[in-house]
Design a protein around this ligand. Structure first.
Ligand SMILES: Cc1cc2nc3c(=O)[nH]c(=O)nc-3n(C[C@H](O)[C@H](O)[C@H](O)COP(=O)(O)O)c2cc1C
Length: 420
């Protein structure tokens, strides 16, 4: 008899063979599995084990188990890495099929003074609003046309990338990800995975490690990456900008929406709101392209453009800094109407698929940035897993462009969308 753990949908068990590696002797019936036993992949108890077919057993086994000779399974695909990340993020993230911050998700709901994990601030409404805002646009299917191979190549800050898709700046393995791997290794996965795919990885800034770790990791990656700094004191930011220039990073970012963090203040490194003069001082301090992240109003976007910045990054930090906020895509059309072509418009917030990427490009974004899915991949499998996710998104973007009649990204305009 064959069984599958219905929690991770990855671990399979054959009663006849048992699973000596997890302490189950051949012939152990599921009902006799000890209560303290936990699924080796997702750490859940035996209650999640349900009978399955031989076909599913063999298919899952080939993906997730070491073979008898000790070699690794043949197929380390997204399902495999998602299952691993579920076990690493137990209690914080259910690695649900759709990562939308909805009420019934493991990450959702108030935290009552505990760290946010991978969820959103307060009740998690802003995180979910990012997802809902994207669903307010449908893609128009258009298939009577010449056949073509869509051109996805794109450019940011003078660098060519294979598609207009980049990572988000993420940090905080210790506080937000069960301390699953070292922070440096996490950044390495984000940076290397992006580079192997043909785009640029971003890394964040957490108070738990030295504030130059992100930029050090960009240096390790030969400068191919971008560090986004917290809005610390102007003097410290200017020092960090100098380091980024010295290490020849592709660009430099500041997440202005980090200004509400109490954790940074508690660690003796207070963070601040920045005024237009301070933005300009930062931009003028370096020859590198500078962008400001965490912009959620047209007014702030115009101020960023006035500072001479190379990029305005529309984001609400994945809903982690202000509850009851708007979804990012709600403000994109107004910003694009004023600033498209004048400054690089970067966007994140619940972008999960190539279909989402095409929507934000059609609404005026130059680049789409992916957060939580890449977080899970970097934890579970480093750069190889991160690259797999980018490939998955690119595959869907290609299909979306074919199916909506877009031969080039320029042809992705609001005309391919139906607002509902
Ligand atoms: C656990 C976690 C840590 C994050 N850390 C940072 C950070 O250090 N700096 C930053 O600019 N943004 C940070 N963000 C926000 C992301 O850069 C990005 O704005 C957000 O994840 C996008 O939403 P998505 O995850 O739904 O795609 C973090 C997000 C998460 C989930």
């Amino acid at each position: 008899m064959y069984f599958i753990c219905t929690y991770c949908n990855a671990y399979v068990y054959d009663k006849k063979e048992g699973d000596p590696e997890s302490g189950l002797a051949p012939g152990t019936a599921v009902s006799d599995i000890p209560e303290e036993w936990r699924c080796p992949i997702c750490d859940q108890p035996r209650e999640y084990m349900q009978e399955t077919t031989e076909e599913i057993f063999l298919e899952k086994k080939s993906r997730t188990r070491k073979r008898k000779d000790g070699s690794e399974p043949e197929k380390k695909d997204l399902t495999y890495f998602r299952a691993i990340s579920r076990s690493m993020l137990t209690g914080l993230c259910g690695v649900h099929p759709v990562c939308d911050g909805a009420r019934d998700r493991v990450c959702a709901g108030q935290k009552y003074g505990k760290p946010l994990g991978v969820g959103g601030a307060g009740q998690g409404n802003t995180f979910h609003a990012n997802f809902l805002a994207l669903q307010k646009y449908k893609l128009k299917q258009k298939v009577v046309k010449e056949h073509y191979e869509p051109e996805m190549k794109s450019e940011i800050f003078g660098m060519e990338i294979v598609a207009p898709v980049l990572g988000c700046s993420i940090s905080g393995v210790k506080a937000s990800m069960n301390d699953a791997i070292p922070e440096a290794e996490f950044y390495r996965g984000l940076l290397q995975g992006a580079q192997k795919f043909g785009t640029i990885g971003l890394v964040g800034n957490t108070a738990a490690v030295p504030d130059h770790l992100g930029i050090d990791m960009v240096k390790e990656n030969g400068g191919w990456g971008i560090a986004v700094f917290k809005p610390q004191s102007q003097d410290r930011l200017l020092e960090l900008f100098k380091l980024a220039e010295e290490y020849d990073a592709i660009a430099i970012g500041v997440d202005l929406d980090g200004c509400g963090s109490a954790i940074w203040a508690a660690k003796g490194k207070p963070v601040y709101s920045k005024n237009p003069g301070e933005l300009k001082e930062l931009v003028d301090s370096t020859s590198k392209p500078v962008f400001f992240k965490g912009i959620m109003t047209l007014e702030d976007a115009l101020a960023v453009a006035d500072s001479g910045a190379a990029g305005v990054y529309l984001s609400n930090h994945g809903g982690r800094v202000l509850d009851s906020g708007q979804g990012v895509v709600e403000i994109l059309p107004d910003v694009a109407a004023e600033l498209k072509g004048k400054i690089t418009i970067m966007v994140d917030g619940a972008i999960r698929t190539g279909y989402d990427v095409l929507k934000v490009i059609a609404l005026g974004a130059d680049t789409a940035h992916i957060g939580r899915p890449l977080l899970r991949m970097s934890l579970a499998g480093g750069g190889d897993a991160v690259r797999l996710y980018y490939n998955y998104v690119k595959g869907d973007l290609r299909r979306a462009m074919i199916m909506t009649g877009c031969k080039t990204l320029k042809e992705a305009t609001p005309n391919i969308l139906v607002p509902i």
